[in-house]
Design a protein around this ligand. Structure first.
Ligand code: UDP
Length: 329
């Protein structure tokens, strides 16, 4: 019996595959390799190159492999891009998941853990965001992920599926081995962009807005190590395997850092001055997103271990300093 990881060649997917393999699980990976990398997939996993919108390819995979449960990362995940190309997000995230669920139902695969996001909350009213808080996404990416959650809910009710939606805050860092890490093209995420400066790939980092209602005026985010996120997916699959009900969990550290604090941590870790320049706000960015992850700690037994900002940045630096061009370099 295998766990199927869709999008397992991507950033969080490849780290989850790595942790599953380390835990001795049988792992199948499917990825269309549009944004993922074949080299990121652990050699102990069986790999299929396919797009989840391709119903026939999915059916063949479910026919060939004895899939016990699905961990679903396959989709588009960039806030800025989702504001420019909303239909791409509806197509990849919603249509892709529709085809996947149809195929799962037809093959009797009834457990799915999937990536949701803190972006479902929009501009939150609470200091620490809980799962019951209002969901009003301020960007199209968050909207499509919220719609995926709703799709799961109705499909679960009608077809007897069970699901866990994991609402990630800011995924970052890299596996301790230093051979897999974050590699997006174009890169839009804060920590890899900052580290391009000491890597000699950019002159300075841009700070998107200094006029937010936060301690230093820059946006506050909850940065959570990718290995801790990976562990949560395994715990969530185990939770479904013992027969527990569908659920939604936040995954974060419960501590917020400003953009300027992250830049300072990178200066300390790398020893590079990392010049920064303040520019305009980025469309769709809420001022502050910090998780309460009490529910995941309590019900999943999740215990994030790499929450310290310098530990996170140091693990990212280990990957980026040895792979300045990502998997291509
Ligand atoms: N950010 C920034 N400069 C950059 C990239 C990001 O100031 O070059 C800010 C962005 O506005 C947000 C935070 O860093 O407040 C984290 O952004 P990222 O894109 O990494 O993740 P998001 O919060 O959008 O999921």
């Amino acid at each position: 019996m295998a766990i199927l990881v869709l999008g397992g060649a991507g950033y969080i997917g490849s780290h989850t595959v790595r942790q599953l393999v380390r835990a001795g699980r049988d792992v199948v990976v499917a990825d269309n390799l549009l944004t993922g990398f074949r080299q990121a997939v652990d050699p102990k996993a069986r790999f299929y190159q396919l797009d989840i919108r391709d119903r026939q390819a999915l059916d063949r995979l479910f026919g060939q492999e004895d899939v016990q449960g699905v961990i679903h990362f396959a989709g588009s995940s960039l806030v800025g891009e989702s504001m420019r190309l909303p239909l791409k997000y509806y197509e990849n995230n919603l249509w892709g998941t529709t085809v996947l669920l149809q195929s799962m139902v037809d093959h009797g695969v009834d457990k799915i853990v999937f990536s949701s996001t803190a972006a479902v909350y929009g501009e939150p009213g609470q200091i620490l965001i809980g799962e019951e808080d209002t969901t009003e996404p301020t960007n199209c990416y968050g909207q499509t992920k919220l719609a995926m959650e709703h799709m799961m809910k109705w499909a679960a009710q009608a077809h007897g599926l069970r699901y866990v939606a994991l609402r990630y805050f800011n995924a970052c860092g890299a596996d301790s081995a230093g051979d897999i890490g974050e590699a997006h093209d174009p890169e839009t995420h804060l920590i890899p962009l900052i580290l391009q400066v000491p890597n000699g790939r950019r002159d300075k980092i841009s700070i998107f807005g200094e006029d937010y209602d936060t301690p230093d005026g820059t946006c506050v985010r909850d940065y959570i190590h990718v290995t801790d996120l990976a562990q949560a997916h395994i715990l969530a699959m185990d939770y479904l395997m013992v027969g527990k009900e569908s659920n939604v969990f936040n995954l974060g550290n419960g501590i917020g850092f400003t953009v300027k604090q992250v830049i300072d941590a990178a200066r300390r870790v790398t020893g590079h001055p990392i010049p920064a320049q303040v520019c305009h706000r980025r469309a769709g960015d809420p001022a502050r997103l910090v998780a309460s992850s009490e529910k995941a700690r309590k019900l999943l037994g999740w215990d994030p271990r790499f929450g310290d900002l310098e530990t996170i940045v140091a693990s990212a630096w280990k990957w980026h300093s040895t792979h300045p061009q990502g998997y291509d370099g």
